[in-house]
Design a protein around this ligand. Sequence first.
Ligand code: TYD
Length: 138
Amino acid sequence: MKESTIYNCSVIELNRIHKRSGNITVVENLKHIPFEVKRVYYLYDVPGGGERGGHAHKELNQLIVAASGCFDVVLNDGKNKKVVELNRPYYGLYVVPGIWRELINFSSGAICLVLASEKYLKEDYVREYSEFLEWKAR
Ligand code: TYD
């Protein structure tokens, strides 16, 4: 989706089932998020202050959640940039395809949970920023 912009990305406030013994947040396909989940993965043991990401996806939709701790997501569509701080497990950042993203400022012990619309596909990645800009401009 090379026409997408960062304004197509949004923070989704998820539900919270609150109990004194702890909270639960539920995510269901097409109900709480606008896509069907085919894959879940999570990043952990990222050193405090660390960074990940630095790529774009051509077709993949993602919901990024700070399941524990916090980090910042830098979204960039080649023209506009914004930084979204994720620091609560009941907020999900919906990232549409065609957005360059960087995950920065990981707190130590943070867990970045990602719900993804497709299985892992190497060919879906754009890993060079110059290539990303070229693809967006095409
Ligand atoms: P990558 O998406 O590049 O992580 P980051 O951009 O956060 O540094 O993935 C790192 C490695 O893990 C890469 O070699 C591909 C592999 N990987 C899989 O095999 N399957 C997956 O579902 C994911 C997300 C990554």
